[in-house]
Design a protein around this ligand. Structure first.
Ligand SMILES: Cc1cc2nc3c(=O)[nH]c(=O)nc-3n(C[C@H](O)[C@H](O)[C@H](O)COP(=O)(O)O)c2cc1C
Length: 227
């Protein structure tokens, strides 16, 4: 993000917080609350737990990053990871769960401005972008972590595709996100409503892209609090 567009984003964020708050009030009456349990009901079984995530690091080059590129990435041992990808790896390392990366069939651009334009247009028409693959053997998992960056105060549209094209009934769903300042927004409530045959934990994990240095500790503490 250039300084100008970052400022624009930050001021938009303020507006959205007001909007989300108001939307939350009117939706409570409609039963759209994130009212699932705060903890999983039994210890996670690592062979029956999957971490599915969507992440868009805006470069794959570890050096000489622009401000925008640095915002959306973590470099570990010279390898560039998206923020959400990094958190997914931390959860995988601590739980022993397998990882599955959600990717669109048509590659999204790395360029920040292009990504903003495409994602905003997709959100505007509630698009369901085609995905590259479905997670193998989803039936075998009883718990699925689902992770995403917040885009325009919501989940990226490929996450909607992922939720709609797979059968999560009977599973525990645990959400996590990375963001610029919006937190999870209303996404736990949205997923709770969309996956009415699943148990969606109310206590999702959120971390700002500014706090990635402490992600390992934060993931550890959060996992301890939900299990
Ligand atoms: C198109 C786009 C829209 C974004 N919209 C928001 C937003 O509404 N609220 C927010 O807090 N962060 C927003 N961000 C920032 C990302 O959520 C944040 O950089 C995230 O950590 C990126 O994760 P990733 O590297 O795994 O893709 C946006 C980023 C992009 C590229």
């Amino acid at each position: 993000m250039t300084n100008t567009s970052r400022r624009a984003f930050l001021s938009l964020t303020g507006a959205a917080v007001v909007g989300v708050g108001l939307a939350g009030c009117s939706l409570i009456g409609a039963g759209n609350t994130a009212d699932g349990p705060a903890k999983v009901n039994r210890p996670l079984n690592k062979s029956r737990t999957l971490v599915a995530y969507f992440s868009m690091p805006e470069t794959d080059a570890p050096n000489n990053m622009s401000e925008e590129e640095a915002y959306s990435t973590v470099v570990i041992d010279g390898k560039v990871l998206g923020n959400t990808q990094y958190v997914a790896q931390l959860i995988g390392a601590r739980t022993g769960a397998k990882l599955f990366r959600i990717e669109t069939a048509k590659k999204l651009p790395l360029d920040h401005g292009e990504l903003e334009d495409i994602s905003r247009a997709q959100q505007g028409i509630k698009a369901r972008p085609k995905l590259k693959a479905v997670p193998p053997n989803l039936d075998a998992y009883e718990t699925v972590f689902i992770g995403y960056p917040i885009w325009w105060y919501d989940m990226p549209m490929p996450i909607y595709t992922f939720l709609e094209q797979n059968d999560f009934s009977g599973k525990n769903i645990i959400l996590f996100c990375t963001h610029g300042s919006s937190g999870l927004g209303g996404t736990v409530g949205t997923v709770t409503k969309a996956l009415s045959d699943s148990t969606v934990l109310s206590n999702g994990f959120e971390i700002s892209r500014d706090d990635m240095d402490s992600a390992d500790r934060q993931v550890r503490d959060w996992l301890a609090s939900i299990t």
